[in-house]
Design a protein. Structure first.
Length: 288
């Protein structure tokens, strides 16, 4: 009994250490002071490394849409409940401006498995009434050590929109996309209204489409063989359009959606049975 408990504790300790170690890398997101609205929050970059059991790295804050910045080095340690405590020590580089964000900040961050965000609160150790929160996601971008920013801050504005919609981090959405399996959307005879039973699937797909910015989908409408070819072409178009409209209502950019309609020309089952005809009254999808 005692031996089993010790083995379990060792396994849990190993997994916790691995999870913390996996946080090493580059992160970016927003830093929001307590007196700021989220849309006015500034841009935050974090280079996080773990060596010999200690967290070290650098932070970079850029004032939104300005060439004003500061880079600070830090050391950190593990806190309670898997938190990481980061203490900035000194300024490595900053713009020559009195508004440069040079206040030294202390952070308490946690990684949220369900969203893929590294987030938490901060408070300044040398500037009064300077406190707030940060939300970061993992990035492949190289940490910028120069005084000039890399490109615009448009990505941050899009990230805020996605964050407010409840989307998880890009790496989580990418994983969802890779494991996502399309399902056909079935329709009643001679109808183009979406059944309620399909809402949950469509909502999951809408989240992936909305959160992955280079992803597009083709929506393809079909019918059974009841009716004329001309009528069924129109019916399959209305079905595809109904799905497109649903996605747009969920906030998906119309430019990410393409519709196609085949009428009765691409059945997947026989049209001689009611079961077969039901399978043919559908909308299919594919990523493009």
């Amino acid at each position: 009994m005692i031996r089993s408990l010790l083995i379990l504790l060792c396994v849990c300790w190993t997994l916790m250490g691995w999870n913390q170690q996996s946080l090493s890398g580059n992160w970016k997101g927003f830093i929001q002071q307590a007196n700021q609205t989220i849309d006015k929050s500034d841009v935050f970059y974090l280079k996080l490394d773990k060596n010999d059991g200690k967290w070290k790295g650098r932070t970079r804050i850029e004032l939104l849409d300005q060439e004003i910045m500061a880079i600070k080095s830090f050391e950190g340690k593990n806190g309670e409940a898997d938190a990481i405590k980061i203490t900035e020590d000194y300024v490595r580089n900053s713009s020559n401006d009195r508004n440069a964000p040079t206040c030294k900040l202390d952070y308490k961050l946690r990684y949220i498995d369900s969203t893929g965000y590294l987030q938490g609160n901060f408070k300044s150790s040398d500037c009064r009434n300077t406190l707030g929160k940060v939300v970061l996601f993992r990035t492949d971008d190289t940490f910028n050590k120069s005084k000039k920013r890399n490109g615009t801050h448009r990505w941050k504005k899009q990230f805020i929109k996605d964050y407010q919609k409840g989307y998880p981090a890009p790496e989580i959405l990418k994983e969802e996309q890779e494991n996502f399996e399309f399902e056909p959307i079935y329709f009643d005879h001679d109808r183009s209204e979406i059944r309620e039973e399909h809402y949950e699937f469509l909502d999951r797909l809408a989240r992936i489409l909305g959160g992955i910015h280079d992803l597009r989908v083709k929506v393809i409408g079909h019918t059974d063989a009841v009716g004329t070819d001309e009528y069924n072409i129109g019916l399959s178009e209305r079905r595809a359009q109904a799905i497109k409209d649903y996605f747009e209502q969920k906030g998906v950019d119309p430019e990410k959606l393409e519709i196609d309609f085949k009428g009765e020309k691409q059945p997947i089952e026989t049209n001689k049975t009611e079961t077969g005809k039901q399978k043919n009254r559908r909308v299919d999808f594919k990523f493009i």
